[in-house]
Design a protein around this ligand. Structure first.
Ligand code: PMP
Length: 305
């Protein structure tokens, strides 16, 4: 990733991709306190558009606030940095990574002279689990690793350190032959994937866990909006693992994963064993929205110009 052409926005300036470095004593590298976002931009008929930029920037600032980190830029400056990272790399579609981290000003968890730095990188990144997964669905394994408790790491924050848990779960799932992990919360109820929110459908009703152990996903919110518009009943509640086994359909959502159907969980086929009909409707609605195939919600597409 580091050895490539392009530019990265770094503390207010565009720097050459290869020069966007930091010291080995970078505090966040040692203790994991950093906050970040994953944003996507899509090619649309009106030009490249960043999807729900304001929502991502708001969540970045909320994550920083929860962690007690003060981002030394305004939200508008961050929005402009995201736009510039896409524009200056000549990307017509992109995955965008804003990251706020503590620098190498001090060491130890008592360091009190730390500065918050901010980078925004953007690069081309296709379907997170491959194009095939978007149609055929993926195999999921319930993880032996429990999702964070609300009072251990702060689950509303998208913090770097929280992803140790995601990586442990994903490594276990993939090494066991699955594509993704399903993490349960500390009480044993369904929480989310390693980087996705989960939805199940039973008898035409959509169920998704309440936002407690899981991240308050922006794609989750978009899907709930699209489902409501289509008159589909939605219930946010605690979900058990066996409810997922007997669901008619299931899918993951995330900025990277978009809307990825689940075809199997713990070697049990889910519904028809591929993308179900309601999943297909919502997936198409999502792609139509992000790619500007529909004019709905123009405020969710920030055109890069
Ligand atoms: N849960 C976790 C743990 C994630 O990392 C992500 C990806 N940011 C999500 C859910 C989905 O969030 P969003 O739709 O905002 O990308």
């Amino acid at each position: 990733m580091a050895d490539r052409d392009g530019v990265i926005w770094y503390d207010g300036e565009m720097v050459e991709w290869r020069n966007a470095t930091t010291h080995v004593l970078t505090h966040s590298l040692h203790y994991g306190m950093g906050v970040f976002e994953g944003v996507r931009a899509y090619k649309t008929p009106k030009g490249t558009a960043i999807f729900r930029l304001e929502a991502h920037t708001d969540r970045l600032f909320e994550s920083a606030h929860i962690m007690g980190m003060k981002i030394p830029f305004t939200k508008e400056e961050v929005n402009q940095a995201v736009i510039a990272a896409v524009r200056d790399n000549n990307l017509d579609s992109a995955y965008i990574r804003p990251l706020a981290f503590y620098g190498s000003e001090g060491m130890g968890i008592r360091a009190d002279n730390l500065k918050v730095h901010l980078i925004v990188a953007a690069w081309h990144w296709g379907a997170y689990m491959g194009d095939e997964a978007l149609q055929a669905g993926i195999k999921v394994r319930t993880s032996s690793f429990t999702r964070h408790h609300v009072n251990i790491t702060m689950t509303r924050a998208k913090s770097s350190g929280a992803y140790v848990n995601s990586m442990l779960a994903l490594q276990e799932a993939v090494s066991g032959g699955a594509d993704e992990a399903l993490l349960l919360d500390p009480e044993g109820y369904v929480a989310e994937g390693s980087g996705e929110n989960i939805f199940i459908i039973k008898n035409g009703v959509i169920y998704t866990p309440e936002v407690t152990a899981c991240l308050n996903g922006i794609t989750r919110n978009t899907i709930l909006t699209l489902a409501k518009e289509r008159g589909i009943e939605i219930v946010e509640k605690r979900i058990t693992r066996d409810e997922v086994y007997i669901a008619d359909e299931a899918f993951f959502t995330g900025t990277a994963a978009e809307v990825t159907p689940i075809r199997e969980v713990d070697n049990r086929q889910i519904g028809i064993g591929r993308r179900g009909p309601i999943t297909e409707v919502l997936q198409k609605a999502y792609f139509d929205l992000v790619t500007g195939e529909t004019d709905a919600y123009p405020e969710w597409r920030t055109i890069v110009s």
